[in-house]
Design a protein around this ligand. Sequence first.
Ligand SMILES: *Cc1c(COP(=O)(O)O)cnc(C)c1O
Length: 353
Amino acid sequence: MYPRINIDLKKINENIQMIKEITESRNIEIFAVTKAVCADEKIVDLLVYNGIRYLADARLTNLENIKSKEIKKVLLRLPSQSEVERVVKSTDISLNSTISTISLLNDEAKKLNKKHEIILMIELGDLREGIKPEEVLTYAEKIFKFDNINLKGLGVNLTCYGAVIPTPDKLDILIDLKNSIKEKFSYDIDIISGGNSSSLHLLKKDIMPLGINNLRIGETYLLGTETAYGKSFMYMNTDSFSLDAEIIEYYDKESIPNGLIGMDAFGNKVEYEDKGIIRRGILAIGRQDVNPNDIVAFDRRLEILGASSDHLIINFEKAKDDYSIGDIVRFKLNYGSLLDLYTSKYVSKNYIE
Ligand SMILES: *Cc1c(COP(=O)(O)O)cnc(C)c1O
């Protein structure tokens, strides 16, 4: 069935083993992040089989679908106040930044006679979630008053909204905060979580501050890339996933539309380049499945011209004799296309074991 994502479980397994080896040798434990693959059961199995102890996802639905009893579940996105009951029931740890939410989590945990663990997020410049570093002692004091909440860790998230690259000086702030909590409250915080796949470059350069003992890693074990500079990481597999889509029309046509030009299907004014008559192929996949800017054909002679909801249009001119209607074209994925394709119910999955 096409379109389909090809998922090479062997390559993903190799990546998991490498990332585990690299992080464990620096006394860093990882939360394996599953959101880009909607907590795919087969990939979850690989992670558990490799001894990963924490699985992390931004969506409760994904965490609820994970069956393994051996692992701890971490909610990465700050809990919605309307969902605290689900959070306490279906996760062990959540990332937090607001006392009123933590208080609601405490109430739920009390009802269920549980302890819920939290990682307090610190804002260090990327301007997504987190409290200001100077507020940490005030927050810690309030959190210690909740009987059913355990302040398990401090964390930072970088290179998401603000594209701020993790540097040793930023991560040192987390370690200083841990020390000041210890000094003031004689309380030892267990996890110091130094970010996501964009922090791995610090390991490669051997400048990861001692004291960072956790990273939350998704993209690197899936796509083999670190995300501070977008480079491939330590010779990991960068082609564990690919997309196949089928050609449903294959004709020579003009390269510029003919008629009074208005807006395209998405309300954009588009500029078209005149290349004369070209071989145009239409593939059965569209924006409902993936953003055309996030895929690249393995055959570099093919050029993506655009896409509507359900149709992807490609310039085959440089390779026109090598394809015909009904053929399959293969594409390389990035983080955005992996996320989109996994989320589309119209895309099937082909596991390679
Ligand atoms: C998505 C996410 C991660 C993982 O990011 P990758 O770039 O895939 O490693 C880590 N932490 C938080 C809070 C996230 O939302």
